[in-house]
Write a protein that binds this ligand. Structure first.
Ligand code: ACM
Length: 564
């Protein structure tokens, strides 16, 4: 590998280098538009060297090659790339086994082939489970990693090194050129998550798969599903069938709602796992429980006439309504002194844990305003034990730090507080108890906050302020709360609450382009992140999203190639 290339940390006119190599690339900007100084990859790789000379041409005869002894998961990564590249190229791109150890009589590697190689390599293991290297030259693209997961992350980088037209669903002309580069890459944080609320509005299996696909593209590795709330219960619990039969039958605004059968949920978990994304299920307690309460009157022993919370506390307009379909919060609570509550929670947690291969169970814990402090702590301590008995690590919104949590459990900071304010204090309380912290400050990464006042007009909320693309990008999870540093921060997660979001198109408009920035916050070293540089790479994603049919918001602070 040549070492005469130009480091990307200098502002190299990379497009000019690539063009000099007789390469016509698709990052074509109109005259006067700003161009990124490097291949516009998000998240920005830890190290990217742009090499002189020609890049790699993907052609009709290119093969995707794995070693003769490659394990099945490596073959699966190769097939995943093949399936991604086939529609736009129209090429077969067969996955082929070949001895990667072959050398000629002078000890030189095999350069006869037009190939994309996925290779496990023990040395690359030093880059961590998700680290990888990617080297491209005229005869091959070679991705190496210690694990198939690392190869999969590298695959997403290769995808972004190809022209945007690679995202098209029908054959395009090409040429399919990968610039000559040498990349070494690995994530800053082990937790790079997105959350989706399917309780306020239900999203279908196909819609959720689409969201997972978008996450995979930007190297996310956690997908947090908010499966229950006041307005709806969205996961089948076979021992408590009314949860879905009744609690799943509506949503915000009174629409039809819906729910995942356990089979649906397993399908989503497997779909995510094929993309090296771990599903984190959330059942929100002891507040946000009204859908469970309407499903089973026996869960309402602590209230007058065994009524669900909404009929008593959500306001007079709800007093005679069978369901709660509004958007208020903080009015519901489980009856924490009633033994049936714990039978219920044991059944719910054990059924979900049994179909969740990932190690986490999220117990909610936010906005439990009807649950007195001592009751809250007593209840959460029991949840801690039930979750542990089911072999899972407990996670909760930062309020769970008020309980006697186990070291190594996870608090999700979501408030707008930083310094010495209450919300920030909860994250510090979590740290003092040996918990890890996932950072989701609402005024930075809540994807349901509007971009600007009135924007977009019919979607989003503003209770945490408005969050421009720049605002969502320009913060540091390891320096956001005094006393909560990278030593305690597991990573970052972008929630998307769906009070105003009724379908995947709405979800895309709120999440994109901001979600790409959260991916970069979670992956790229803080010192290598700069808004002015980032917005150029972000703009280059626009043509990809156009071809993928992503309904992204064309934010005015991003210089979209076609003028926005
Ligand atoms: C939350 O936004 N209530 C976690």
């Amino acid at each position: 590998m040549s070492s005469t290339g130009t480091s990307i940390r200098m502002p190299t006119p990379w497009l000019a280098v690539a063009l000099a190599a007789a390469t016509v690339l698709a990052l074509v900007a109109p005259a006067g538009a700003q161009e990124p100084a490097e291949p516009p990859i998000i998240p920005r790789p830890v190290s990217l060297e742009l090499l002189p000379g020609e890049g790699f041409q993907l052609t009709r005869t290119t093969r995707i090659v794995v070693d003769v002894r490659a394990p099945d998961d490596v073959v699966d990564v190769a097939r995943h790339l093949r399936d991604l590249l086939r529609p736009a190229t129209g090429f077969a791109l067969p996955v082929t086994r070949r001895s990667l150890a072959w050398e000629d009589e002078h000890g030189r590697p095999d350069t006869r082939h037009n190939q994309i190689v996925f290779a496990l390599d023990g040395d690359a293991g030093s880059l961590g489970r998700e680290g990888y290297t990617l080297d491209s030259s005229p005869h091959e693209v070679r991705i190496e990693a210690g694990t198939a997961e690392g190869l999969f992350r590298g695959l997403q980088t290769l995808r972004q090194l190809l022209p945007p037209e690679i995202e098209a669903a029908t054959p395009q002309d090409g040429p399919w050129t990968v610039p000559a580069v040498s990349i070494v890459d690995y994530p800053r944080y082990e937790w790079r998550g997105a959350h989706l609320d399917v309780a306020r509005h239900f999203l279908t299996v196909e819609e959720v798969k689409r969201y997972i696909d978008l996450l995979a593209q930007y190297k996310f590795n956690r997908f947090h599903l908010h499966l229950s709330d006041d307005q709806g219960w969205r996961i089948e619990i076979t021992s408590w069938p009314n949860l879905t039969a009744i609690g799943g039958s509506t949503e915000v605004g009174g629409g039809p709602g819906g729910y995942f059968t356990q089979e649906d949920y397993v399908e989503l978990v497997e779909y995510a796992a094929e993309r090296y994304i771990t599903v984190v299920p959330e059942i929100d307690t002891p507040g946000h429980t009204n859908a469970a309460e309407v499903s089973y009157p026996e869960l309402n022993s602590c209230r007058p006439d065994n009524l669900p919370s909404h009929r008593l506390y959500a306001g007079s307009q709800w007093a005679n309504q069978p369901f709660y379909t509004g958007t208020g919060v903080g009015f519901s609570s489980l009856c924490v002194h009633d033994p049936v509550t714990y039978e219920f929670m044991e059944d719910v947690i054990s059924e979900i844990a049994a179909i969740t291969p990932g190690p986490y169970f999220h117990i909610g814990g936010d906005e439990a305003y009807q649950t007195p402090e001592a009751d809250y702590v007593m209840f959460m301590d029991r949840m801690r034990d039930i979750i542990a008995a089911n072999g899972k690590t407990m996670m909760g919104w930062a309020e769970v730090a008020r309980a006697n949590t186990l070291p190594g459990s996870i608090a999700q900071h979501w408030s707008t507080a930083t310094g010495g304010q209450a919300g920030g204090n909860l994250a510090r309380t979590a740290v003092a108890k040996g918990m890890k912290v996932v950072m989701s400050p609402a005024n930075r990464v809540y994807m349901d906050m509007k971009y600007a006042p009135g924007v977009p007009p019919n979607l989003g909320l503003t209770w945490a302020g408005t969050v421009s693309v720049m605002r969502s990008y320009t913060w540091d999870p390891g320096a956001h709360i005094d006393g909560v540093t990278d030593e305690h921060v597991l990573g970052v997660e972008a929630p998307l609450w769906t009070e105003t979001i009724a379908n995947i198109d709405h979800a895309e408009t709120m999440a994109y382009p901001r979600l790409a920035g959260v991916a970069e916050i979670g992956w790229t070293p803080q010192a290598d992140r700069d808004w002015e540089e980032y917005r150029l790479r972000l703009a280059a994603q626009g043509p990809r999203w156009d071809l993928m049919g992503v309904d992204y918001y064309r934010a005015p602070d991003v210089p979209w190639p076609d003028g926005g």
